[in-house]
Design a protein around this ligand. Structure first.
Ligand code: PLP
Length: 422
């Protein structure tokens, strides 16, 4: 009740998940295991030759869609001076600068588009998994895909990842945008030939309408952020990629070297998929926390009440309005809530003004431009090692108090790479 009251009051809240349990690497969660993540990773690999041709900015990495992982010492020092008190290493995962999408949505949204592209072409006997997918970059394939439509509801970034990829494959694309979506995101999509339909209402309404419209057309696929498994397991591939990056940096993750992730959360797919992936690799040695705006704490609400997708932030009197458009979601994914019950460590909510402050500091101190949503995770640094916060109990319970100097903290910067300078 205390947590609920704090959410209702629009205060910054910390919630620790009482249902999280011991997890061993590669353990199946609700029937889903390592194979799903690996299959998503393999699908990305098959499409490498296509990406290299369709998005020349990926050519330097042979079609791989990857972002940096690096230490942000200036930022750490500044936040510590302001009371954060983190003793371990602080890294930024710079998904804002993932090619193609400019956000964490690159892994989820693009993966689902690739799944649809592969399925339709295989059913028509045009493509086999053993072939070189460079052949997909052709007029013949574009003509084939133009018979199909892909639709999606989005606050902006999901539309960009799906819209750009699907349009370059040749699909017709319709993006149903909620009122929170920023103007530049709509313009970018229109410039790529994507149809953007705008709604007065919030994200839930845009999704519902998109789903309805798509059902009317048998050649239309609706990418359903609230329920999609292909999105979720696409996001999970981040763990495989980051584990390689950590190894290259000589950073261990084990019981003496815990890993903390701070993940901005909207409907829950991105942070949920990432959490699933990291738990598959590191089990109990990774600790995953989600960050939400105080006005849109939908996943925290769904988890705290146990109601999942059956409750929304408007039900407790919040308006769901936030400048962090990537997180402006009123109702969480029910699928993600069920998957996260045994896995996530907890969550916290953040005022927009604090995100803006961290956004500015990241720009000045580290020279990295990200959008507001991408900064929500920094609050974790202020909680994790501070005495008297809920985290103190968590660290004691996990017997981590002695290991915190050897800990690694990853603040996940989820988007903003395509943002115009102005
Ligand atoms: C979508 C998004 C998130 C959160 O992803 P969900 O799957 O909605 O939880 C976080 N940050 C940014 C920038 C996003 O676009």
């Amino acid at each position: 009740m205390d947590i609920l009251r704090s959410l209702i009051n629009g205060e910054e809240t910390v919630w620790l998940n009482p249902d999280r349990r011991h997890i061993v690497p590669r353990e199946k969660i609700n029937g889903y295991g390592f194979a799903r993540m690996k299959a998503a990773q393999m699908r990305f690999m098959r499409f490498l030759p296509w990406f290299e041709l369709a998005f020349p900015e990926t050519a330097a990495k042979k079609g791989l869609i990857e972002s940096g992982l690096f230490e942000i010492t200036n930022m750490k020092d500044r936040l510590n001076a302001e009371g954060a008190g983190v003793t371990g290493r602080v890294l930024l995962k710079d998904d804002a600068h993932l090619p193609v999408a400019g956000s964490v949505k690159a892994r989820g949204g693009i993966h689902e588009v690739l799944a649809i592209a592969e399925k339709t072409a295989q059913q028509a006997d045009l493509l086999w998994p053993t072939e070189n997918y460079a052949k997909v970059y052709s007029d013949a394939f574009r003509e084939f895909y133009s018979r199909y439509t892909i639709q999606v509801g989005s606050t902006g970034n999901l539309g960009i990842s799906i819209g750009r990829t699907a349009a370059r494959l040749g699909f017709q694309v319709i993006v149903h945008m909620s009122s929170d979506a920023k103007e530049w995101k709509k313009e970018l999509l229109r410039s790529e030939g994507v149809t953007v339909i705008e709604y007065e209402g919030d994200y839930g309404e845009a999704v519902a309408s998109g789903r309805r419209e798509s059902l009317k057309d048998e050649n239309s696929f609706f990418i359903d952020d609230e329920n999609s498994e292909d999105l979720f397991f696409g996001y999970s591939t981040a763990a495989m990629r980051v584990s390689v990056q950590l190894r290259k940096m000589n950073i261990s993750v084990d019981s003496k070297h815990p890993l903390f992730l701070y993940l901005p959360c909207g409907v829950g797919g991105a942070p949920g998929g990432i959490t699933f992936g990291f738990k598959q690799l590191y089990g109990d040695n990774v600790h995953c926390f989600f960050a939400e705006p105080v006005q849109a704490p939908c996943l925290t609400l769904g988890m705290v009440t146990g109601k999942g997708a059956d409750i929304c932030v408007q039900d407790i009197g919040l308006d769901g309005r936030t400048d962090a458009d990537g997180l402006a979601v009123g109702r969480p994914s029910g699928f993600v809530c069920r998957m996260m019950k045994p896995l996530m460590s907890g969550s916290f909510t953040v005022f927009d003004e604090r995100m803006a402050d961290w956004q500015e500091k990241l720009r000045i101190l580290e020279g990295i431009n990200v959008e507001l949503s991408a900064c929500a995770g920094f609050r974790g640094l202020f909680e994790v090692e501070n005495e008297g916060t809920a985290f103190e109990e968590y660290l004691k319970g996990e017997r981590l108090t002695e290991t915190m100097e050897q800990a690694t903290h990853i603040v996940w910067a989820t988007g903003g790479g395509l943002m115009p300078d102005a």
